[in-house]
Write a protein that binds this ligand. Sequence first.
Ligand SMILES: NC(=O)c1ccc[n+]([C@@H]2O[C@H](COP(=O)([O-])OP(=O)(O)OC[C@H]3O[C@@H](n4cnc5c(N)ncnc54)[C@H](OP(=O)(O)O)[C@@H]3O)[C@@H](O)[C@H]2O)c1
Length: 197
Amino acid sequence: MSIEALSGKVFLLVTGASRGIGRQIAITFGSMLEEGSRVLLLARNKDALQEVAKNIPSKVKVCTISADLNKLTNKTKFEEFLSESLKETTPNAFNRMVLIHNVGSIGNVSQVNDIWDINIWREFYDLNFFIPTVLNTVVMNTFNSKIIKKMVINITSLFGIQAVIGCGQYCSVKAAREMYFKINLKYCSQTVYRNSI
Ligand SMILES: NC(=O)c1ccc[n+]([C@@H]2O[C@H](COP(=O)([O-])OP(=O)(O)OC[C@H]3O[C@@H](n4cnc5c(N)ncnc54)[C@H](OP(=O)(O)O)[C@@H]3O)[C@@H](O)[C@H]2O)c1
């Protein structure tokens, strides 16, 4: 099966690609790509990422990078990850760029008013909100040619629009993240932004 959004030479980046939904997206989308496409997979578990890579046809070059995204403090590491995955090619060699912001965690399941430690909030928002926003900026600046078709998918949740007891951190961050991508859509009319569950 081929779909237009994955046709031509595609650069595909999936965060949280070692298991769960990200793993399946990486394998399904990766298997639909044409020769000359590249895939960048990010997560902490290196072995699991390599297993995912083995499930993608060999005509597609897959770069797996094991990194704790929670520990990244600025855009530099993301720039390094992109240049690693773009070795011996350039962003302009691709017809399309597809970015899947999948990484996410459930967070602290205490009542929100019981979470006193600001560092618990910061750590959670780092992974679930700030990291996707910084990564998005770096990727957009790397693939900045108007000729490249760009699609960004944010894996969101029903909990981003529905308040659920015990999931205060998760609900609030999903709502914030969804709005961030809606705002992007207003600014970047040439990029397709989608919030998907
Ligand atoms: N599962 C559901 O029912 C459901 C429903 C609606 C929406 N969602 C959303 O879908 C997305 C994926 O959910 P899932 O259930 O597939 O999650 P999951 O199975 O827990 O997988 C999370 C992925 O993120 C990676 N990850 C976690 N912490 C990381 C860190 N600090 N640095 C780098 N990578 C990290 C994990 O890999 P490593 O451990 O190898 O780092 C893994 O690949 C999330 O955004 C979630 O909110 C899930």
